[in-house]
Write a protein that binds this ligand. Structure first.
Ligand code: S3P
Length: 422
């Protein structure tokens, strides 16, 4: 499906976005293995979150959608049961990797399939540590997971990945001893905070996580903060669009998720957090006010990259509007996202007139563009598609973006916001 993006006169308004996907996957999984009822408000209903929801239903969990909320009657830590069907993680790496950790520790077998680019994304990073814990996983056309003797590990992660960390933590909930995980760079810590909120035993500081043995969790009411990764596209748009003024309500501002906002501020953006408040220990929300500003170039690397790993497509738009040449380093992980984001971002933005050079672990982005080609392609990567749409709105020029259906993977109502909310 193609979408013709037409210029807008104003970027003005107050908007509330759907809930954060990372929180949503975790709330579903923890709700399923808790005792008692969990109610999730502001659930995003993105395709990827629905894969997790449907997998859990197939594992015997009673999950209902009522008045836009998700209600889970938790099965307790040992209450999941064998699925009669192959579980489908679709294009969702979070579903596949987190469920692999959870299911490796169960006393029944499971089979998980996936589709699209996820079929060729790296899975050894999660299978290897789970095998060290004793997991019996066969990776062929699908992922077959058999019951095994499972034990705790002390694992030093070679790469920063919240999905891998979370898979080990979920498996660790079922161990007889404490599981220790060391991260090379701290990644998003939603699993850790949410386990504590659900009454579990997990301790963590800078780069070390200790998952207590034999846990019990209890269901909770949880209102998901709005998705900061989706907000990033509107934040950059309001920053580079002349005379814009936008307020985004109730955005997740966990320090490990606001790397992009911090970078934009360093580049000169006019962004304010209003009414910052705690949802539960470790998780914060704020209303974010954005006014147009002139940006200057920046170099980003290491922890900043981990804190904005999903926001690099939005960053490219900002860098094209900034004075000077921006440099991204230490971002080799981008080769393994829904597309090879380094090469695909360069290809598409260069096609429409930018000058971006790919490097092994990042990009060199020259300021400005010479708008010349009026079509661009998403590479079936939702975040590349949204970055192209936002870029078209920002340059106030017509652009046809092809293969935009992938946006529903993470943000089903994206075009409702683009078309109706400003
Ligand atoms: C996620 C972690 C990140 C991120 C993904 C969501 C999560 O992936 O890119 O969109 O919810 O844990 P990695 O763990 O591969 O860095």
């Amino acid at each position: 499906m193609k979408k013709i993006i037409k210029p807008k006169e104003f970027i003005n308004g107050v908007i509330s976005l759907p809930g954060d996907k990372s929180l949503a996957h975790r709330a579903l999984i923890l709700g399923a293995i808790s005792s008692g009822r969990t109610k999730i408000k502001n659930f995003p209903f993105s395709k990827t979150c629905m894969y997790t929801l449907n997998c859990l239903k197939n594992l015997g969990v009673d999950i209902k959608i009522s008045s836009g909320n998700v209600i889970i009657n938790g099965k307790g830590i040992h209450g999941l049961s064998k699925s009669n069907k192959i579980l489908n993680a679709g294009t969702s790496a979070t579903t596949l990797r987190l469920l692999m950790g959870l299911l490796a520790a169960q006393n029944f077998p499971s089979k998980i399939k996936c589709t699209g680019s996820l079929k060729s994304r790296p899975m050894d990073r999660v299978i290897n540590p789970l095998r060290k814990m004793g997991a019996n996983i066969v990776h062929g056309e699908n992922f077959e997971i058999f019951p095994s003797n499972f034990s705790a590990i002390n694992y030093k992660m070679p790469i920063a990945s919240a999905q891998v960390k979370s898979a080990i933590i979920l498996a660790g909930l079922y161990c007889n001893d404490t599981v220790q995980i060391i991260e090379p760079i701290k990644s998003r810590d939603h699993t850790e905070h949410m386990i504590n909120y659900f009454g579990g035993d997990i301790k963590f500081d800078a780069n070390k996580i200790l998952v207590g043995a034999k846990q019990n969790l209890s269901g909770k009411n949880i209102e998901l903060a709005c998705d900061v990764s989706n907000a990033a596209f509107f934040i950059v748009l309001a920053t580079v669009f002349p005379k814009a003024h936008l307020i985004l309500n109730n955005i997740l501002v966990n320090p490990r998720r606001i790397g992009f906002i911090n970078v934009l501020k360093k580049m000169g953006a006019n962004i304010k957090f209003i009414n910052q408040r705690k949802i539960y220990e470790g998780e914060w929300v704020a209303d974010i006010e954005i006014k147009s500003a002139r940006l200057h170039a920046i170099e980003i690397c290491t922890q900043t990259i981990v804190d904005m790993i999903d926001e690099v497509p939005a960053f490219v738009v900002a860098a094209l509007f900034a004075d000077g040449t921006s440099i991204i380093k230490d971002a080799g992980e981008l080769h393994f996202k829904e597309s090879d984001r380094i090469n695909c971002l360069c290809e598409e933005f260069n096609r429409i007139g930018a000058k971006i050079k790919p490097t092994d672990d990042g990009m060199i982005i020259e300021s400005g563009f010479d708008y010349k080609f009026t079509s661009a392609f998403s590479h079936n990567d939702h975040r590349i598609a949204m970055a192209l749409v936002i870029f078209a709105l920002a340059i106030k020029n017509k652009l046809v973006v092809y293969d935009v259906e992938c946006i529903a993977d993470s943000f089903v109502t994206f075009f409702d916001y683009v078309e109706n909310f400003f």
